[in-house]
Design a binder for this molecule. Structure first.
Ligand code: FAD
Length: 588
């Protein structure tokens, strides 16, 4: 009852504040049913007005604290059916850069509860682990760190991660969710069995490969445009106990990328013959190497760039970062396994840095860096981040133009670089002259094992919609889903090449720093990088994309735009959801 009184009070204040833009009866219905709460509390509204990027601010009319998926469905339905209309934006942990979870003419649904935020009084249930079936059902606003803690109690863990775990499940699944495991398991969106989603019409639907597949694929990587993820069923694997974490340095970019690409090509090998995680970063700034994510090197073994031969290379060094998981079953062989793998790489011989730690500490490594930065007042600063997918064929042009060119020797934050593979079919499985093409749904009937299509792997029901290899005799091999970690049917956009790199410029701007550390300088540099890529025809795609006009969004989605648009009309026809992405304007 107390909850309802608070909500009623909030609604009255809201109606007084915004006058006739919202229909009081609709809001009363939303605020008084269920266990969610509509709040106009100043601090809750303030939290929903900002994000990690710290560059955009939009004040919502109210914040909704849901107690259940049904609460969210009621809110969205009210917005959809409202004569006046209002927008609804889900906010996970608010770790967007450019206001993607904000809205100024509607309600923010606070999906995650953590410091400074809370949920409605019904509070959705925590993760539920099905250990025999190897999956976990989680609330869409659950933070990955809490998913990990719950599954570890059963000796299990999700397979694919982000570098930082204080992000919500719904937030990362709305993009892709990538880290150094992606070459092996695909992005997080490829490790989801099922979702519960509230569409822009206020319908609560379960979707998967088999049930409402169009909604399922639309929502994965869908930037919040098609529905609010209220629950996700995530694939699990046995959790390793410990991690051997290794960094080696290169001064030669092509030796570095050659080794990274070699390591990700081992994905199909037995566990002992490959690493479990492959990432890397670029060091253009001596100060950085012993800093933040690089704190690994110090204090016991501080590194001097000049001692490692980078001088003849424009002062740039590249660090390959790899890990190998282990537990009691292979504790005796881990040293040998690592040594055998390292033998095949061409890094600077004296530059091997190794540490060993529990699995959970490795996965949660960026949080430690966060605490350090917080203590120095360097966490809540503007973050003009730029995340790009760069096709493999142009990564050396990117190196020349950006790392050794535009950046100079100051970056104001780590620069990650690592490759991922769109399909995991070993190239040795292909015949000479075979190429990969994408087949449209239903365009390929299976005519039998000879002559037309050779099916391998387990294809359940429905159309064959995936990558096929075409041989000159028109004999085809359909590549099973588990070999396609980046499913073309999702909404995520990647470059038009089988292997592509993530390049993440993770910068922090300082108000009173040097000129090269200011927000204006770093933002201009981001534009310069994008212009360079455009003029050089590098064919990058932004990850965590940010555009302000529909024309730019159409270019971003390219061939996928018409499908993206049709899905929007089907699932959110009034353009109510996630307007902070600035893809569609609300139609009221
Ligand atoms: P929010 O910022 O709250 O929301 C992001 C978007 O998703 C908004 O449009 C919002 O409306 C929508 N949304 C949120 N919840 C839902 C939901 N339940 N249903 C539907 N839509 C929803 N990404 C990686 O892939 N790999 C990394 O290693 C990585 N590391 C990061 C490290 C840091 C320190 C930070 C700040 C970000 C990192 N990211 C990484 C990016 C991150 O994955 C995205 O910014 C993600 O969207 C953040 O999740 P969030 O819960 O904070 O989302």
């Amino acid at each position: 009852m107390a909850t309802k009184l608070v909500s009623l009070f909030a609604i009255c204040r809201l109606i007084m504040t915004v006058g006739l833009t919202l229909d009081p009866a609709e809001l009363l219905r939303v605020g008084m049913d269920g266990q969610g709460q509509l709040s106009v509390d100043a601090s809750e509204v303030e939290t929903a007005s900002v994000d990690f990027g710290g560059m955009k601010r939009a004040k919502p009319l109210a914040v909704y604290l849901p107690g259940s998926a049904e609460d969210i469905a009621r809110l969205v339905q009210a917005a959809y059916e409202s004569a006046h209309g209002f927008t609804v934006s889900a906010r996970g942990h608010g770790h967007s850069i450019n206001g993607q979870a904000q809205t100024s003419n509607g309600v923010v649904v606070q999906m995650s509860s953590s410091e400074g935020t809370r949920l409605g009084s019904g509070k959705p249930a925590g993760p539920r682990v099905y250990d025999k079936l190897m999956y976990v059902d989680v609330w869409g606003g659950e933070l990955w760190i809490d998913v990990l803690k719950s599954t570890l109690k059963h000796g299990l863990a999700p397979k694919s991660w982000t570098d930082y775990l204080y992000l919500s499940v719904g937030g990362t699944l709305s993009n892709a969710g990538i880290s150094g495991q992606a070459f092996n398991h695909g992005p997080q969106i490829s490790n989801v069995h099922e979702l519960d989603v509230v569409t822009g019409k206020g319908e609560l639907r379960t979707c998967s490969e088999r049930q409402n597949p169009e909604l399922f694929h639309a929502v994965l990587g869908g930037l919040g445009q098609f529905g609010i993820i209220t629950s996700a069923r995530i694939a699990l694997e046995p959790a390793p106990q410990r991690v051997r974490w290794i960094r080696v340095l290169y001064s030669n970019f092509s030796a570095f990328t050659h080794d990274q690409e070699y390591l990700i090509s081992l994905h199909g090998q037995a566990a002992a013959l490959k690493f479990d995680y492959v990432e890397g970063f670029v060091i253009v700034d001596e100060g950085l190497i012993n800093n933040w994510r690089s704190s690994f090197f110090s204090p016991h073994n501080p590194v001097k760039i000049s001692s490692l031969g980078a001088d003849g290379n424009g002062g740039v060094l590249y660090c390959l970062e790899i890990t190998k998981n282990y537990d009691d079953s292979n504790a005796d062989t881990i040293d040998q396994e690592v040594e055998d793998l390292l033998k095949k790489l061409n890094y600077i011989p004296a530059s091997v840095f190794t540490t060993d730690l529990p699995y959970v500490d490795f996965l949660d490594r960026v949080h430690k860096a966060e605490l350090k930065l917080r203590s120095k007042g360097l966490w809540d600063v503007p973050h003009p981040w730029l995340n790009l997918f760069v096709p493999k064929s142009r990564i050396s042009d990117f190196d020349e133009g950006v790392f050794k060119g535009i950046l100079g020797n100051k970056t104001s934050g780590p620069i990650l670089i690592y490759p991922m593979n769109k399909n995991k079919m070993a190239h040795s499985h292909l015949l000479k002259d075979q190429i990969f093409v994408t087949v449209k749904a239903k365009s390929d009937g299976i005519d039998g094992p000879r002559g037309k299509i050779l099916v391998s792997g387990d294809h359940p029901t429905g159309p064959i919609d995936g990558m096929v290899a075409l041989c000159p005799l028109l004999q085809r091999t359909v590549i099973p889903k588990e070999h396609m970690p980046w499913d073309e049917r999702s909404s995520t956009v990647t470059p038009d090449e089988d292997v592509f790199y993530l390049v993440a410029l993770l910068r922090s701007a300082l108000e009173n720093g040097e000129e090269t550390q200011t927000l204006e300088y770093l933002s201009n540099q981001n534009h310069q990088i994008l212009r360079f890529c455009d003029e050089a025809g590098i064919g990058i795609k932004q990850y965590l994309p940010h555009y302000t006009t529909q024309k730019e969004w159409m270019d971003h989605f390219g061939e996928k735009w018409s499908k993206f648009y049709t899905r929007k009309m089907d699932f959110d026809p009034r353009h109510i959801l996630a307007t902070g992405q600035r893809i569609f304007k609300p139609s009221f």
